[in-house]
Design a protein around this ligand. Sequence first.
Ligand code: 5GP
Ligand code: MG
Ligand code: MG
Length: 171
Amino acid sequence: MEVLITADRIHARVEELATEIARTYDGKPVTVVGILTGCLMFTADLIRRINLPLRVAFITASSYRGETLVPGLLEIRDELLPDIAGKHILLLDDILDTGKTLTRVVAHLIDRGAASVKVGVLLRKIGRQEVPFEPDFVGFTIPDKFVVGYGLDFNDEYRHLPFVGVLLGGE
Ligand code: 5GP
Ligand code: MG
Ligand code: MG
């Protein structure tokens, strides 16, 4: 494992993002919606530092790229989501890669009646985006490498690591 972003750097940046987010919403209540499971650490660490009236909820978005007959299909499940009609949503995900997941989930939340949707991602991969999408809050931009840790998995492992790293051969 090669450490790409240390736990200390993540915490410092999350602190900055929380300040930026509180300034942006300027006292307005916000509903934070995390995309499970990758959003786990980022959401937990970020919301503890956001000084706003805040609700938190979760949805899942699973893509079946390369796994089934329907390439690019995204299944969004929102049974755990409270009524978001008229609410200002801050959508959080671990990483912006092609941009397809976030594009679809934003449309879904607007469809459910959200008053506004802003997007925060811990990581944004350079050179991978396939659809135009501009997140409002970005922790770090990273090179085009497959990363794990701090919520990000490989076969559901490595999510618990406190840093973001790159798997080397044989791990
Ligand atoms: P997108 O729809 O933007 O292509 O995909 C975003 C999702 O793909 C992320 O929420 C994450 O689940 C997964 N993903 C993309 N790049 C990586 C990566 O480098 N590492 C891991 N663990 N997941 C990734
Ligand atoms: Mg994901
Ligand atoms: Mg994954």
